[in-house]
Design a protein around this ligand. Structure first.
Ligand code: WT7
Length: 650
């Protein structure tokens, strides 16, 4: 019996029972899950926590290595099973199928490259990589030797790379020379070279050659992946780690200031992500249960279309699927190349059974001709998933009807970079779904809806709306912000006493199902990417002509939310289109193209309170063309400016 089988709940009654047990006795509950994994030494205590400090420790004293759970443990039973199927950007290039045994060999081999280049347990390694198997190999190699990876999404700018490297003092940077996304070459190494001018902590750069383009290399510092492998031993015993040692740092936007380096630790992250993966997606289980009326003898093929540079990819492309022994797909390209049918072509070609994507992708694909869907055979699909932002009713139905053909459950999974793993979601084929609802908390998760006074709206079989908090620790929660524990405390644990605050609003129906309504802070979710308004404003304000700026979100039919910039200029500076372009480019260069505002409006002033705070509420309404009721503007320092902004709104 595979470990995953022992983790899977098989019916709604079993879910209920597990949930109740997890509330009555959380420690016993999580220990019974943790026991299913491979530990060198059992933990001394299951949970120690104090949300006031805040401090959370799971499985303290337990010794393990996550890669033994993702790789070594499977070799006897699943050694020849495909671990990763890689689908290249160019459909004419061959896919790669890597078995668990091959992955084990590759990870061990590359782990020695890290060691040979001076990387030791606890050192931070920055990864700026395209979606190729070597990204997963590099992550796992870090975990193998106890190094801490910090992945920077390969769409981010040089400045973003540099600030993240410097924040956590990475010793090594791993990248690729370049990669094609659609027809566009992305010069990753050049982006790194720009960043490396400002990152004194980097001693070595390892470069994977993805294309034949010549690559500028700096003597002594830059080394090719392949050359280093030639010099390295193949076998690499796993470093025995403590459950609370760091596994990785992943940066996420905050509503103010610089990005937050969320710290995830090994034991709890492994237990929670694998448990939630097994239960939410129910791989290799639903066919037997007859969800699609077919029993297949071939194992399931699970595909999450996210980029590994985000938490979704960390948890649900790499770590959890591998720990669960499932075949996971990695796709290098984009949904629109060579045409908007690419996702469906891949599902058809690889017989994908589980497909997990973001609402923004669904909305973009739903705009295309249905022929692009219908010319592909999607009968292998059993389960669909969404993540990253609220899904609207229309997109949900399009996905359900056209991709799931009305008989594949949709799991709408709510969670965050900070939560590490899924928190609220249906279990596929088990929990009754309701369009746009993430439904019920997973076992071990204790959500709370809070009213404006900070009181909990306890469940009383009536619907309620409020802000979403979590009352009790769960194993994969981030333990701190790297180098800034005080900020961790302020952002997450100071809004409500003894609770973790999510930053999201939520509605709960009379049967206890949750629907996430969106951010209630100054974070904007654009195409499923979490962006803080403050860093974008800071970037715009760097422009010599700009005096001040304010960024708000407005509804967009594909991106969900898009960005609108209100900008004031210094006296004598001309507002014109050239300046608009410069501002957008500056944002792309400072943060990344995803943060470029769709609209830039030049205004003579920003609406401010008497204490000097920008009244974003008003700007949000103007940007959303919802100006019928602007609310109270009497407290404004400069009420006249509002009419001017409305008159010239874009
Ligand atoms: C924010 C976290 C979780 C991995 C990807 C995003 C929003 C996430 C849902 C969902 C409604 C969702 C929330 C959350 N969000 N999933 N199923 N329904 N909203 O991770 O970048 O840390 O963003 O994404 O607003 O707070 P992230």
């Amino acid at each position: 019996m595979k470990v995953r089988d022992t983790l899977q709940l098989r019916s709604f009654a079993e879910y209920k029972e597990a949930y109740n047990q997890s509330i009555e006795n959380p420690e016993e509950f999580w220990a019974s899950i943790a026991e299913k994994f491979y530990w060198h030494k059992r933990w001394d205590t299951i949970l120690e926590w104090d949300f006031k400090k805040p401090e959370v420790k799971w499985f303290k004293g337990g010794k393990l290595n996550l890669t033994e759970n993702c790789l070594d443990r499977h070799l006897d039973t699943l050694g020849n099973k495909t671990a990763i199927i890689w689908e290249p950007n160019d459909p004419d290039e061959e896919s790669r199928h890597i078995t668990y045994r091959q992955l084990f060999v590759k990870v061990s081999h590359f782990a020695n490259v890290l060691k040979n280049n001076g990387i030791k347990k606890g050192d931070r390694v920055c990864l700026y990589m395209p979606m190729i198997p070597e990204l997963a190999i590099a992550m796992l190699a870090c975990a193998r030797i106890g190094a801490v990876h910090s992945i920077v999404f390969a769409g981010f700018s040089s400045k973003a790379i540099a600030s993240r490297i410097n924040d956590s003092q990475c010793k090594m940077l791993i990248t690729a020379n370049e990669v094609y996304r659609g027809t566009k070459p992305i010069k990753l190494k050049e982006m790194c070279d720009e960043a490396l001018k400002e990152t004194p902590s980097i001693e070595t750069v390892i470069v994977y050659r993805r294309t034949v383009e010549p690559t500028p290399m700096k003597e002594g510092r830059d080394k090719f992946w392949y050359d280093e492998l030639q010099k390295a031993e193949k076998e690499c015993p796993a470093e025995v780690m403590d459950a609370e040692d760091l596994l990785f740092i992943l940066y996420t936007s905050g509503s103010t200031g610089k990005p937050k380096g969320m710290v995830h630790t090994i034991g709890g992250y492994m237990v929670h992500t694998t448990y939630t993966f097994a239960n939410v997606f129910q791989c290799d289980h639903l066919a037997a249960a007859g969800v699609k009326g077919q029993v297949k003898s071939v194992p399931d093929v699970y595909w999450c279309s996210a980029d590994i540079g985000w938490i979704t990819g960390h948890s649900y492309i790499v770590y959890a699927p591998l720990a669960a022994g499932v075949t996971t797909v990695m796709f290098e390209g984009i949904p629109s190349y060579p045409d908007y049918g690419r996702f469906w072509e891949i599902c058809d070609k690889l017989d994908v059974t589980h497909f997990y994507t973001a609402p923004t992708a669904i909305r973009a694909l739903a705009k295309q001709s249905l022929d692009l869907v219908n010319k592909h055979d999607l009968s292998s699909i059993k389960v669909l998933g969404t993540v990253g932002e609220p899904i609207n009713e229309e997109a949900w139905h399009w996905y359900n009807d056209n991709i799931g053909k009305g008989n594949s459950p949709i799991v709408d999974t709510w969670w965050q970079t900070e939560t590490g793993g899924i928190m609220i979601s249906p279990l596929a084929g088990i929990t009754p779904t309701r369009p746009t609802f993430a439904t019920l908390p997973l076992p071990g998760i204790q959500p709370a809806l809070m009213d404006p006074e900070g009181n909990e709206l306890e469940f009383n079989s009536q619907s309620a709306e409020g802000r979403l908090a979590i009352k009790f620790p769960w194993p994969s929660m981030a333990r701190t912000i790297y180098g800034d524990h005080q900020r961790y405390k302020e952002v997450y644990f100071s809004t409500y006493e003894n609770m973790y605050f999510t930053g999201d609003g939520a509605y709960r129906d009379a049967t206890g199902n949750y629907r996430i309504t969106g951010r209630v802070d100054d974070v904007v979710i654009v195409s499923g990417h979490n962006l803080g308004t403050a860093p974008i404003e800071n970037a715009i304000n760097e422009h010599l002509a700009v005096a001040e700026s304010a960024i708000v979100g407005f509804p967009h039919d594909i991106k969900g939310t898009a960005l609108y910039a209100f900008v004031t200029l210094y006296d004598g500076k001309e507002p014109n289109d050239a300046l608009r372009i410069e501002i957008r480019e500056l944002v792309a260069k400072t943060i990344g193209p995803i943060a470029k505002p769709d609209k830039v409006q030049f205004v003579s002033g920003l609406p401010k309170t008497r204490s000097g705070k920008i009244m974003r509420r008003i700007l949000r309404k103007i940007a959303s063309k919802d100006t019928a009721n602007l609310g109270d503007t009497s407290t404004l320092l400069n009420p006249d400016v509002v009419q001017e902004i409305m008159d010239k709104a874009l």
